[in-house]
Design a protein around this ligand. Structure first.
Ligand code: ZN
Length: 351
């Protein structure tokens, strides 16, 4: 009950990459970089285990950015001549690569870190990849000429890697779709279809992460324009509840998402954001426990997984570590407070 997990990314140590950045430059190159990525992955596995996180991830230590980390392995993309593009409906500008030909995977994408993590932890392991809609929103296109066609082409590549990750022993494959909170009509028209294509044939647990973005200024400014009640989830959750995706990872603590919207995810596992990644204040276990308690009115305990609101990549490393501890301690407290001990157990025994 209340198994904890994280949205995905964790801060990179200063010896691996620049700190506090979404697109950090690597500190070293070549073979030294491969060793450094490996060391950082092992370090964060250990930190997650020590904190008491139940379903661990590689912390995305081997990729520079959650979208481009995948794109770097795809043929048909020009990384040399990036163009400036407004992304997430022009919320902010990013320098993005350009699709210039048919897309094909050059090689495996996350094999090294997935196999490494699998060999070094007995915990359930999650690997994340960008979702098709979010990829399409983070790249320019000069070849396919059609957003949906391009998304489906990426979905096929994601599926190829996802099936291989499953064979590597990965337990949960998560697709990150922050764009789902921006293009709600497209989610219903083709976004979920693209996710189904990306996850086709998988027997492991599948998850989609939908948040209001990392704690960067552009996102914080955007959130200020969303009013007192954030209802984006209301538009997409009913369709997601009908989808074949098993889990939905969402933002909750310190957000203006009405918690009753969680009832729209009937039958799904809810990865409840109980850790704020946009604030350096470390949550107390009581705070975490209270958010779990509120969600429990709308989500059965067996479907509730305390999680972070989003990735922690741009955060301070020490603060991220403390937040992992708060996550696990808060879930432990919730197990005590809301667990089926006491009265209910007594009643059963009485019969
Ligand atoms: Zn996120």
């Amino acid at each position: 009950m209340f198994k904890t997990t994280i949205a995905g990314s964790l801060p990179k140590p200063a010896w691996l990459a620049e700190t506090g950045k979404l697109w950090p430059a690597w500190r070293v190159q070549g073979a030294e970089l491969e060793h450094a990525k490996r060391d950082a992955t092992l370090l964060w596995l250990k930190e997650q285990e020590d904190a008491g996180v139940d379903i661990v991830s590689d912390g995305e230590q081997s990729r520079q950015h959650f979208v481009h980390g995948f794109l770097e392995f795809v043929e048909g993309i020009d990384f040399e001549h990036k163009v400036k593009m407004g992304i997430r409906n022009n919320r902010y500008d990013a320098m993005v690569p350009v699709v210039v030909g048919p897309l094909r995977l050059r090689s495996r994408v996350h094999e090294v870190e997935a196999k490494l993590a699998r060999a070094h932890t007995k915990k359930k392991l999650k690997i994340t990849m960008p979702g098709p809609m979010t990829i399409v929103d983070t790249i320019a296109d000069r070849h396919y000429g059609d957003k949906v066609k391009l998304a489906m082409a990426f979905a096929d590549l994601l599926n190829q890697e996802a099936r291989a990750l499953e064979k590597d022993g990965v337990d949960v494959i998560q697709f990150d779709e922050p764009a789902f909170n921006v293009y709600m009509d497209d989610v219903k028209r083709w976004g979920i279809d693209a996710l189904h294509r990306a996850s086709a044939g998988l027997k492991c647990t599948t998850c989609v992460h939908i948040c209001y973005g990392y704690g960067i200024k552009a996102n914080l400014d955007w959130k200020k324009t969303l009013g007192e009640s954030w209802r984006q989830y209301e538009e997409i959750f009913p369709a997601l509840a009908k989808s074949r995706i098993n889990q939905v990872s969402l933002e909750c603590i310190h957000s203006k998402v009405p918690v009753e919207l969680l009832r729209l995810l009937k039958g799904k596992d809810v990865l409840l954001g109980v850790i704020d990644v946009a604030s350096e204040n470390v949550e107390t276990p009581q705070e975490v426990c209270e958010v779990i308690g509120k969600a429990l009115k709308y989500v059965p305990a067996k479907h509730l997984f305390p999680c972070t609101n989003c990735g922690m990549a741009p955060m301070d490393r020490e603060i991220a570590r403390w937040k992992l501890e708060a996550l696990a301690a808060g879930a432990a407290l919730a197990r005590k407070r809301y667990g089926s001990t006491g009265k209910r157990t007594g009643k059963k025994r009485g019969r």
